[in-house]
Design a protein around this ligand. Structure first.
Ligand code: FAD
Length: 409
């Protein structure tokens, strides 16, 4: 009996894997393609919140893509995802206010699906691929990868499945999987960037810009920027990473009743230089420290307490003292103990600037959650423009550092 062999195997059904599959099957319908994912549905942002940005460079790793290339690809992405682009208003007024204090607001074409609706979109994308002849195996984890002169192979439950070409797109949660493969196969990589920040949660009336611009992209001095703003029915969540929790946020679609809250991350990008080389290691140390101080959970502090230099307490989070309860009950405490001083100073300066552009965000009730940390990939050294890392192996998407958002992936 001959061994199972495919023309192309794609690991990961996130946007990077889906994009690769569509591109290949549309260019050459006869290709025998197998897609594998360990989840029952892809687990990244396409499933969670699903905000789509259609303006370069949002979501792209700028060192890999030119504006022209990105725009050509974004047109294809738009054809597949069929977004409903959200309107913006009063942008110039905000932009002028921002420019006066050295801040830039970038106008971005955006769409938002919402966590409650995203499954339908994913099922539609997968069903279409199956109609085109792609074989999709979900709930199937790839434990290893190998390569010969002729082809490559994935290992599932101890059994090898061979492919003439292998595309690996395991996303951010697949960092360590990719790292192990790169080390085993002698592929050189760098990992020298990390984003560290807080997520702010406040009443929508204190951050009204979201009515004019769904996810405002605001760039402050010191490499600080806003990221992933959620409104409508918005919630802050904690996500498990290794043995600790990080903070994130999402929103339900507009079909759901609103809770009048907004959450937005403020992130500082840190470029590490010798001798500190690993952004992921730094993220792990910072994340563990915050969770240690929080008794196994992330931290939250009201802006009012932070300004007065005192820790928040459990009772600071009731409606009597302030006007809304947190959507993510983590440990009330003092961010100053957990966030490195320079990072905190730059975030606080950005918050003050943000308050002059959109007055209200520094209301004493605003909650600062920490740690929101975005790890970048272990970026492999690519052999060509198609993200090839060895003879038959390709690495793409957020896990390989070629993207930073759904549309870019
Ligand atoms: C909670 C959350 C919310 C986000 N919200 C947004 C948003 O609103 N807008 C936006 O633009 N970006 C968002 N992002 C970022 C976005 O998810 C990524 O930029 C994008 O999904 C990257 O695509 P990808 O295909 O590289 O990886 P992913 O989408 O992460 O897909 C990787 C897939 O590979 C699978 N996989 C991993 N390892 C294995 C293995 N060993 N075997 C088999 N399968 C494996 C995973 O199960 C996963 O389904 C969010 C990310 C998270 C975590």
């Amino acid at each position: 009996m001959s061994a199972e062999i495919h023309d192309v195997i794609i690991v990961g059904t996130g946007p990077a894997g889906l994009g690769a599959a569509y591109e290949l099957v549309e260019a050459r319908p006869s290709l025998k393609i197998l897609m594998v994912d360990k989840g029952s549905i892809c687990s990244g942002g396409l499933r969670n919140d699903c905000k789509q940005n259609y303006t370069f460079p949002i979501g792209f790793a700028e060192n890999y893509w030119s504006k022209g290339e990105a725009e050509e690809l974004l047109e294809k992405v738009e054809n597949h995802l069929q977004p409903k682009i959200l309107p913006t208003s009063h942008l110039e007024t905000y932009q002028q206010r921002a420019a006066r204090i050295g801040v830039e607001i970038v106008a971005v074409r955006q769409a938002h699906v919402g966590t409650d609706q995203s499954k339908k979109l994913i099922h539609r994308l997968l069903a279409r691929l199956e109609e085109l002849g792609v074989v999709i195996r979900l709930r199937t984890e790839v434990s290893d990868i190998s390569e010969t002169d002729r082809d490559a192979a994935i290992v599932i439950d101890g059994k090898e499945i061979r492919g003439r070409k292998l595309i690996v797109a395991p996303g951010r949660k697949g960092f360590s999987f990719l790292q192990e493969i790169m080390e085993k196969m002698g592929i050189t990589y760098v990992d020298n960037i990390v984003d560290v920040g807080v997520r702010l949660e406040t009443q929508q009336e204190r951050y009204p810009i979201v009515a004019d611009y769904y996810d405002p992209k605001i760039y402050f001095p010191d490499n600080v920027r806003t990221f992933c703003t959620n409104s409508g029915h918005a919630r802050v969540i904690r996500e498990k990473y290794q043995d600790f929790y990080l903070i994130n946020g999402h929103a339900l679609s507009r079909q759901q009743a609103g809770n009048n809250l907004v959450n937005v991350a403020l992130l500082k990008t840190i470029h590490l230089k010798d001798p500190v080389r690993s952004g992921q290691q730094m993220a792990v140390y910072l994340g563990r420290l915050a969770n240690e101080i929080g008794g196994g959970k992330p931290l939250m502090q009201r802006v009012g307490d932070f300004r007065m230099g005192k820790r928040s307490k459990e009772e600071t989070f009731n409606r009597d003292l302030y006007d809304f309860p947190p959507t993510c009950r983590v440990t009330a405490g003092d961010l100053g103990l957990a966030v490195p001083a320079r990072i905190m100073r730059h975030l606080w300066t950005a918050m003050k600037k943000l308050d002059s552009i959109v007055p209200g965000i520094l209301h004493p009730s605003t909650i600062m959650y920490y740690p929101e940390i975005k790890m970048y990939a272990n970026k492999p050294v690519f052999r060509d423009d198609y993200c090839r890392v060895t003879r038959h192996l390709y690495m793409i998407g957020d896990g390989a550092g070629t993207s930073r958002g759904i549309t870019g992936a």
